[in-house]
Design a protein around this ligand. Structure first.
Ligand code: NAI
Ligand code: MG
Length: 340
């Protein structure tokens, strides 16, 4: 996993933003698991999301942004309807340009195939999520999709470095670019051609590219053939939820937002109002997010221990109902913590 390794420290300050809905369950459950590693953490709690918006009229308080910037990493749960003003905004403020979304089949989980192990790298700062929308005349709405050479070069370099790193760990060493260059001729035409330009610096890494619609099908038919998949913001958002569905669902999908200065870690899922407060949310996505955070901090041994403990818990079906078990969110996390 190519995550910018920070210098190993004696103590890490982590900004914890639980947010809304199941964020308030899966994040504290994961904090218990992180505490069990013995790594010295100071957890600094900060607010964001629908609830703080209802109270104060601001979804992402200035104080939260400052805390996030002062800490070694941010662990985020989920926002509800304010997600665009909270998490999409925070990713931009912290300039975490790479959204890393591993798609991995764990034993004991009902996956499409048992040898799925790839990573989606999603451009995180522009594309359709730039948020440039307008009503140009009555009843006619536009959204501007922004693709810049600078952001393309950065995200492709990140993807290739990750593939290099994964190759060292025995993976294939391949980057797949996915786009819609046949229709979005100018913007995705550039996206595709810059991909092959950057690829020239990595002759040891294999490359290919697919249109996003076909890619979506391949992610279902032959997910085991992918190693690193790189794409733009909206395509990555859609592709990664579908991909999560091939390895057990959103409860299994972690993510890391990485920039040159900051790391922001969050499960792929949202606040899940349909199950919030019932104690049945699957904490796996957030625990795996914690594993990504540990690797980012350079605490690889602790990361391995958490992942191994989680694997054991999954194999033994000591899980929440979505995975066929009978445990609550906190009970499942406790089973992991015990084994760390
Ligand atoms: P969602 O990801 O919250 O839920 C989709 C489905 O997956 C639901 O059926 C839910 O019960 C299930 N699910 C999600 N996480 C789960 C877990 N850990 N364990 C078991 N089942 C799980 O997406 P949805 O329903 O489209 O959106 C709900 C709210 O979340 C909306 O207000 C949306 O704006 C927000 N949202 C926030 C995100 C963020 O903060 N990063 C991302 C996506 C949505
Ligand atoms: Mg999404």
């Amino acid at each position: 996993m190519y995550l910018k390794n920070k210098t190993v420290k004696d103590m890490y300050k982590i900004c914890v933003i639980e947010g809304d809905g199941i964020g308030r369950e899966v994040v504290p459950a994961t904090v218990n698991v992180l505490k069990a590693t013995g790594v010295d953490f100071e957890f600094v709690h900060a607010e964001a999301g629908d609830e703080v918006f209802e109270k104060t009229g601001v979804a992402l308080p200035e104080e939260t942004i400052n805390t996030a910037k002062e800490c070694d990493a941010v662990l985020f749960g989920a926002a509800g309807e304010t997600a665009a003003d909270v998490i999409v905004k925070l990713r931009k403020i912290l300039n975490t340009y790479a959204n890393v979304r591993p798609v991995k089949a764990y034993k004991g989980i009902n996956c499409l195939k048992d040898n799925i192990d790839y990573v989606i790298v999603r451009e995180n700062t522009e594309g359709l999520y730039k948020g440039i929308e307008a009503e140009i005349t009555d009843g006619v709405y536009t959204a501007t999709r922004v693709i810049t050479r600078e952001a393309c070069e950065k995200i492709f370099k990140f993807a290739f470095e990750m593939a290099k790193d994964r190759k060292k760990q025995g993976k294939e060493g391949k980057v797949t670019c996915t786009h819609k260059a046949n229709v979005l001729k100018l913007s995705d035409g550039a996206f595709k051609s810059i991909f092959y330009e950057v690829a020239k610096n990595y002759p040891e890494i294999k490359t290919n590219d697919f249109y996003i619609d076909a890619m979506n099908m391949y992610a279902v038919l032959r997910p085991e053939t992918f190693d690193v998949v790189v794409t733009s913001n909206l395509f990555g958002d859609i592709l990664s939820d579908g991909a999560a569905g091939t390895v057990g669902g959103l409860g299994m999908a972690p993510s890391a937002n990485i920039g040159d200065e900051y790391g922001l870690f969050e499960p792929v899922h949202g606040s899940a109002p349909d199950i919030a407060g019932k104690g049945i949310a699957n904490p796996t996505a957030t625990i795996l997010t914690g594993v990504l955070m540990l690797r980012y901090l350079g605490e690889n041994k602790a990361a391995d221990r958490v992942e191994k403990a989680l694997e054991e818990v999954l194999e033994n079906k000591l899980t929440t109902p979505d995975l066929g078990g009978t445990l609550t969110t906190f009970e499942m996390a406790e089973e992991v913590a015990k084994r760390v």
